[in-house]
Design a protein around this ligand. Structure first.
Ligand SMILES: *Cc1c(COP(=O)(O)O)cnc(C)c1O
Length: 452
């Protein structure tokens, strides 16, 4: 009898991703059209990859947010957070809806002015405002949100030398029960820095203290944290009424509401679990209304909501470059877009849909971008039907931060189009060319000649 051949046992890791009680997540509906336009036509006409913004989703989302707050509180003002998406077309759509501008740099400030926003309706946040920026903001009577004492003293000096009375607020940071705390911006509430800064402003008599501001974090899953923030800002406002008989004009609760995206490691999809505008609005407005603020002097509630207003309106259309099997046997699909234009892939498990009909056999797949870089992973694990070379996909909830945090690395950035309310497509930003990248470069003459 022949000796049986020995085969070495192997341990194989079962890579099933993160199932929940409903089993594995899978995206089984093809997304063939965006606002009535075929995805394949978009890719053919404008190239792949391609960012697509749905104007109707943008406006509907804004209206929902506005309704949630204005039905609960008499004075509400939104200010569009430029850094979330500062494509001019996007900013202008929000300005048409009545949003002011919220900017965090001189560049964004100039962009808002160039878009035609009146200086009085620009909120200037952030730790880095140069004296030149501040001068512009003071001359335009913008709302300057002071971040630190050095800035406070600079503004007091400038107010004196320019003989103006700048309109200011302070940014307050605080413990809202969500950690890590964002205590690097503004003045702390608990240790008394915020109250100290307010006293310095009131004593100086050079500045007009118009508001109190906070921005407690981003993608905040807890409406309760906003209730805490609103309570603490309201306490400061009441203290100002009591001590100085001074009424502030607004309380600004910043941004940070979630979109419908799903954070990595979440048990259930964000579209099922994330708070709604009504949840946030109820938490915030009930604090303001129930407070001891003088009812005839209720401050305006300002919201600098960014992500939650634009994320759902943005899509990324792309194509399959190739399929391959990894050494483990796992299916890998290589796409023509990667983390260079999908910065948020680091935080979210984005919903990805095939853009055409498919068979119902799905397999766990890793989606890679086209970059020669190991971290270029669009989804580590997603159950998808087989996609062939040239097939299209649509990534959902891409409107926030991807079009501002994208990077020019290895390849050029694609076009952005907006589909308007009448289903017409407009290019709102052209794709980059070699010239857009090399244009600002300067090569010293002596380096230009070489023989190989
Ligand atoms: C980024 C930012 C916002 C917008 O935040 P979202 O999380 O996008 O809503 C609002 N205010 C300030 C001060 C910011 O820095």
């Amino acid at each position: 009898m022949e000796k049986k051949k020995y085969e070495r046992p192997v341990l194989k890791k079962l890579d099933t991703g993160m199932p929940n009680k409903f089993g594995m997540r899978s995206e089984y509906t093809p997304k063939t059209h965006i606002d009535g336009i075929a995805v394949s036509d978009l890719a053919k006409e404008y190239g792949s990859p391609l960012f697509v913004i749905s104007e109707s989703t943008l406006r509907n989302t804004f209206q929902q947010a506005k309704r949630a707050f204005t039905t609960r509180y008499p004075k509400v003002q939104f200010a569009w957070s430029y850094k979330t998406n500062y494509m001019n077309a996007v900013c202008c759509a929000f300005h048409q809806e009545g949003s002011w501008a919220e900017v965090v740099s001189g560049f964004e400030y100039d962009k808002a002015i160039a878009n035609g926003v009146s200086g009085k309706k620009i909120i200037f946040n952030g730790p880095d405002k140069t004296e030149e920026d501040l001068k512009k903001a003071i001359n335009n009577d913008s709302l300057i949100h002071i971040d630190h004492l050095d800035e406070l003293y600079t503004i007091i000096d400038m107010a004196t030398s320019m003989n103006k009375r700048p309109r200011v607020a302070i940014r307050v940071n605080m413990d809202t029960g969500v950690y890590p705390m964002w205590d690097r911006f503004g003045f702390n509430y608990e240790n008394g820095q915020a109250w100290d800064a307010l006293n310095k402003i009131m004593r100086s008599e050079k500045l007009e203290l118009v508001g109190l501001h906070c921005h407690i974090g981003t993608f905040m899953l807890s409406p309760g944290a906003y209730a805490v923030a609103a309570t603490k800002l309201t306490d400061l406002a009441i203290s100002l009424q009591t001590k100085f008989n001074h009424d502030i004009k607004y309380i600004d609760l910043g941004g940070g509401f979630t979109s419908k995206n799903t954070l990595k490691g979440s048990y259930l999809p964000g579209s099922d679990t994330n708070p709604t505008f009504d949840d946030y609005a109820e938490a915030i407005t009930s604090v303001l209304i129930n407070s001891n603020l003088r009812q005839d002097k209720l401050p305006t509630l300002i919201l600098e909501t960014g992500r939650a207003l634009i994320d759902d309106a943005g899509f990324l259309v792309g194509s399959v470059i190739a399929n391959k099997r990894l050494s483990t046997g796992k299916r890998a699909t290589i796409l023509d877009f990667g983390v260079n234009i999908m910065f948020t892939a680091f935080w979210y498990d984005h919903k990805v849909s095939p853009a055409q009909e498919f068979t119902h056999y799905a397999e766990d797949t890793v989606l890679y971008g086209p970059l020669c870089m190991n971290i270029d992973v669009v989804r580590e694990n997603i159950s998808l039907p087989l996609l062939n070379k040239g097939d299209h996909l649509v990534v959902h909830q891409m409107g926030a931060y991807n079009m501002t945090q994208w990077m020019q690395f290895i390849t050029l950035r694609p076009k952005i189009v907006m589909i308007d309310m009448d289903e017409r497509v407009h290019i709102i930003r052209d794709n980059e060319t070699l010239e857009s990248i090399t244009g600002p470069e300067r090569t010293p003459d002596y380096l230009k000649k070489f023989e190989l």
